[in-house]
Write a protein that binds this ligand. Structure first.
Ligand SMILES: O=C(O)CCC(=O)C(=O)O
Ligand SMILES: [Fe+2]
Length: 323
């Protein structure tokens, strides 16, 4: 971030701290209309998330475009992310990939992304290994090439935070011993074209609509950490998590199997492999048999990326995040 952008953030923080949200919005609006890329980017985020202003995703995309035209790096990334995932209303993954290809000519960061995109495009879709017919549980070996597994871990690393659960009474996010890992979401502006391509590949092998997937969620477990017995279905939602897709991102650890104790099934993590299982019966009701756990890791670190796939297209603004 430039000094001017840091100053802007500090100034906004001060105004918000004093309860002067209207002044903060006025400042951002004036500066972005004057062509200040940092202000355009910030106001774009506020428009996207509805912070202090009415949520307006297409106005957000326009603001990111204006800032990106001035080579504001985060705005360039946000524009590419939103074109790929359609969360600002316009979906144009080919335009997003064309932006990456153009940037790759002069920017090593995007050259690497371009290289990874070519690798995933060239990797054949692996066949399913059926672990259970009913409930439906499948494993796909070599779903994700190693360099892409590395990219997911590196891209998530900076945002990892202790995992939480939603307290059913307070509805607040709280830490809980059921889940001692660290986690990170690839939110609407974090989903680079590689993550977008992975999400679409998960949709392709599962035969689901790519828009039905939640944001890809990375979990990192260190020794002793685990995800105790749970079910991925959610209480009181109309658009249920029909499927769970888990990509195992690394090797070099002991323990950490994904266990389905009611089925006597233990899945050993294999780097690049994808585990897919049904959380619901055909009629949409929760299938309790797919309760599962991430067993404690004994040595090393275990990394996974999970995509919970709903019955119908889903957006992060449809409901409060559940976990
Ligand atoms: O880490 C694992 O093996 C399980 C992860 C899991 O249950 C989930 O992400 O829903
Ligand atoms: Fe789970």
């Amino acid at each position: 971030m430039t000094d001017a952008a840091t100053d802007l953030r500090r100034h906004l923080g001060m105004l918000l701290g004093q309860g002067r949200a209207a002044d903060a919005v006025a400042l951002l609006t004036t500066r972005s209309q004057a062509g200040d890329a940092a202000a355009q980017y910030e106001l774009g985020l506020w428009r996207l998330y509805g912070q202090c202003v009415e949520r307006d995703p297409s106005a957000a995309l326009d603001l990111f475009r204006d800032a990106a035209a001035q080579h504001h790096p985060e705005a360039v990334a946000a524009e590419i992310a939103l074109l790929g995932n359609g969360m600002a209303g316009t979906v144009d993954p080919l335009a997003a990939q064309a932006r990456v290809a153009a940037l790759a000519a002069s920017d090593p960061f995007y050259r690497h992304q371009q290289d990874l995109l070519e690798q995933i495009a060239a990797a054949p879709l692996p066949p399913a290994e059926v672990l259970s017919v009913d409930p439906d549980i499948r494993f796909y070996s070599d779903f994700l090439p190693p360099a892409l597994c590395d990219h997911v871990m590196e891209a998530a690393r900076a945002r990892l935070a202790p995992s939480f659960v939603i307290d059913p009474v307070s509805r607040q996010r709280v830490p809980h011993p059921v889940r001692t890992s660290h986690g990170a979401n690839f939110g609407p502006v974090d989903e680079d074209c590689i993550i977008n391509a992975i999400n679409r590949r998960i949709a392709a092998v599962t035969g689901t609509d790519w828009r039905a997937g939640e944001m890809l969620h990375v979990l990192r477990y260190t020794p002793g950490q685990q995800y105790r017995l749970h079910h991925d279905g959610l209480p009181n939602v109309s658009n249920q998590r029909q499927w769970t897709a888990i990509v195992y991102l690394n090797h070099g650890f002991d323990g950490g199997a994904t266990d389905f104790p009611l089925l006597g099934l233990d899945v050993a993590p294999r780097r690049g492999g994808l585990l897919v299982f049904a959380n619901t019966h055909g009629d949409g009701a929760i299938d309790p048999r797919t309760r599962h756990e991430g067993k404690p890791v004994d040595t090393g670190e275990k990394w996974v990326a999970t995509r919970w796939i709903r019955t119908r297209p889903w957006s992060p603004w449809d409901e409060a995040p559940a976990r």
